[in-house]
Design a protein around this ligand. Structure first.
Ligand SMILES: Nc1ncnc2c1ncn2[C@@H]1O[C@H](COP(=O)(O)OP(=O)(O)O)[C@@H](O)[C@H]1O
Ligand SMILES: [Mg+2]
Length: 243
């Protein structure tokens, strides 16, 4: 049984059917890629599943629960976490505090002014070392480079300890060393039985990482299967060449 699935999920903007009756299923212990040309509805799908945008139709199934609306405040409780195409960090606090806020499930004030247990500091340290940001722990998030911001956002997502992780273009614009660090993190999450959803344009990375792949075009699923299978399908080649 999938950890998360959608049935006939719909999200429209005026006349634009950004997500058009989409059935996707995400299993534990798998990396599932979501690919498709620009504007095909990948980000809107993630925004709808995480309740940032209200859904216009269909169902979201999480565990055994069937939902016709997803309250963004409940998303974490359902074990879902995500990253954004443009990293969203708390700019004015340090790299370390950005992680502690998540680990201690507190607000910014709590994270800044309460004493942290040694355990939280150790966990935050381990995560920051894993993504190579330990040396930057005392910098304000706003002073990080583009690549460091993306790494910190991923570190925050991983700190949430979810069952399903939705990564929207985590590799875009990064150097190969950073891509390798993030790839390892995705594989580790999969090996711990999480369900990893990866929106990605680089087909070599999709082939390398994904167990299963959905292709969206115009808000509809036009192919699904292993990456090698879907990337050979004429309608997929057509969708990319047509743009
Ligand atoms: N907030 C919005 N308001 C109006 N239209 C939107 C909005 N977000 C996305 N769209 C439209 O929905 C479609 C899908 O966009 P998006 O989900 O961002 O695609 P992708 O992430 O695959 O590039 C596009 O036609 C886009 O212009
Ligand atoms: Mg997008």
């Amino acid at each position: 049984m999938p950890i998360l699935s959608t049935q006939k999920l719909v999200k429209s903007f005026g006349g634009v059917h950004a997500v058009d009756h989409v059935d996707l299923a995400f299993h534990g212990g798998k990396i599932t890629a979501l690919v498709g040309p620009n504007g095909s509805g990948k980000t809107t799908f993630i925004n709808t599943v995480t309740g940032i945008l209200p859904m216009d139709g269909g169902e979201i199934h999480v565990g055994g629960v069937v939902m016709r609306r997803m309250n963004p405040a409940d998303v974490a409780a359902y074990g879902i976490t995500r990253t954004f195409q443009n990293a969203r960090l708390i700019q004015q606090i340090s790299v370390l505090d950005n992680i502690l806020v998540v680990l201690t499930e507190r607000n910014v004030w709590g994270a800044l002014f309460e004493r942290h247990t040694a355990l939280h500091l150790e966990k935050a340290g381990n995560i920051l070392k894993k993504v190579g940001l330990w040396e930057k722990r005392n910098e304000n998030a706003e002073n990080l480079s583009y690549g460091q911001r993306k790494l910190l956002e991923i570190a925050r997502a991983v700190s949430m300890r979810a069952n399903i992780y939705l990564f929207d273009e985590p590799f875009a614009g990064l150097f190969p060393e950073t891509i390798e660090v993030i790839s390892d993190i995705l594989r580790t999450l999969r090996d711990k039985a999480a369900s990893v959803v990866l929106v990605e344009h680089n087909m070599n990375l999709v082939r390398e990482l994904a167990d299963y792949c959905y292709v969206l075009d115009g808000g509809k699923v036009i192919a699904e299967g292993t990456p090698d299978y879907v990337l050979k399908q004429p309608q997929v080649i057509e969708a990319y060449l047509g743009k």
